[in-house]
Design a protein around this ligand. Structure first.
Ligand SMILES: [Zn+2]
Length: 326
């Protein structure tokens, strides 16, 4: 005990000093100093804004949509496996994304992972917008720390996937609720869905919206100018963001991914680095020639138009502001 604090708070309570005197005594930082910090930000400064996880223990965490352990590919990608990869390239925090096919609307596995690794993971969950009161479900999950919700146009994935994915009353309620809770609408979409998202952003200007994987522009190997223009046009809504991610699936689909540089540059011009964030989309970005390291390396070391400050935003600051602040 330091001589500056001759007695502990408990001693003060025991001796019955007035509450005012108690309040005036600073809380000793001993507990904090003794606890391991959740993330060593010097060693692992970066944030991966998009990764999935799943467990081979499907008894403890059952799979949805009729999937079994045999469907898991890779068969295991646990928080420990993810963090081993992430930490090896300086990534200390990760935004976990609900795996729609494996876990459906059961967010338990991600919530358990976040609880077991405080400060390390932020959770993007899912709620069913075709069931009653999705807004209440969002609030319940807000209390459990869920920062964002995956919504998607992909048929057979979202409850109302397909053409009308954005037009139901449940979806309207979700966007409205998100504006009050600060939770993010995280859009897994294709370029054809951009006009619909643009309209929803216009109706919900206070809702934070993050577009996954460049709206999958480049998935067929080409970057159509009209699509890229539409994506860039979303930047006029001040609460929209883009994930620069899933390089394994876009353009040439091979490291070092330099063919994606012109698209990245256009997005940085439109959104600024304050509204763009790097993400891996592991474990998909960890197969064959595509590696976790090659993904972060594109942003960290291969794009000469990025300043050190830009990189800090893309690799840490933007995602930190959106997902890791209270
Ligand atoms: Zn993903």
């Amino acid at each position: 005990m330091s001589s500056a604090h001759p007695f502990s708070r408990r001693d003060v309570v025991k001796t019955g000093l007035a509450a005012g005197a108690l309040a005036a005594i600073p809380v000793l930082p001993i507990a904090a100093a003794q606890k391991e910090p959740a993330v060593d930000l010097k060693k692992h400064p970066y944030i991966d804004a998009h990764s999935h996880i799943w467990s081979p223990d499907t008894k403890k965490w059952p799979l949805a949509n009729g999937k079994t352990a045999k469907d898991l590919d890779p068969p295991s990608f646990t928080p420990a496996e993810l963090l081993k990869l992430a930490n090896s390239v300086g990534v200390g925090r990760v935004v976990l994304i609900q795996h729609t096919l494996y876990h459906g609307y059961d967010n338990t596995y991600l919530l358990d992972a976040a609880k077991a690794h405080p400060g390390v993971f932020a959770v993007t969950g899912m709620v069913n917008d075709t069931k009653p009161e999705p807004g209440q479900a969002m609030l319940d999950l807000f209390k459990r720390g869920v920062k964002a919700f995956r919504i998607t146009s992909r048929p057979g994935i979202g409850a109302s996937g397909g053409e009308k994915w954005l037009s139901g009353p449940g979806m309207a309620e979700m966007w409205k609720t998100a504006a009050t809770t600060g939770q993010v609408m995280a859009c897994l979409i294709d370029a054809k869905d951009l006009p619909g998202v643009d309209a929803m952003c216009g109706k919900n200007p206070d809702t934070t919206v993050v577009i996954d994987h460049f709206a999958r522009i480049g998935v067929d190997g080409t970057v159509p100018e009209a699509d890229l223009k539409q994506l860039c046009a979303l930047a006029k809504h001040k609460n929209t963001y883009v994930k620069l991610s899933a390089y394994y699936a876009l353009g040439n689909k091979k490291p070092p991914y330099l063919d994606l540089a012109p698209m990245i540059r256009r997005l940085l011009d439109a959104f600024t680095p304050d509204r763009c964030m790097w993400a891996s989309d592991a474990p998909y970005q960890t197969q064959g020639d595509n590696t976790y390291q090659a993904s972060i390396e594109l942003i960290r070391g291969k794009l000469d138009f990025l300043s050190a400050g830009d990189k800090e935003k893309l690799l840490t600051k933007t995602a930190e502001r959106v997902y890791f602040t209270e």
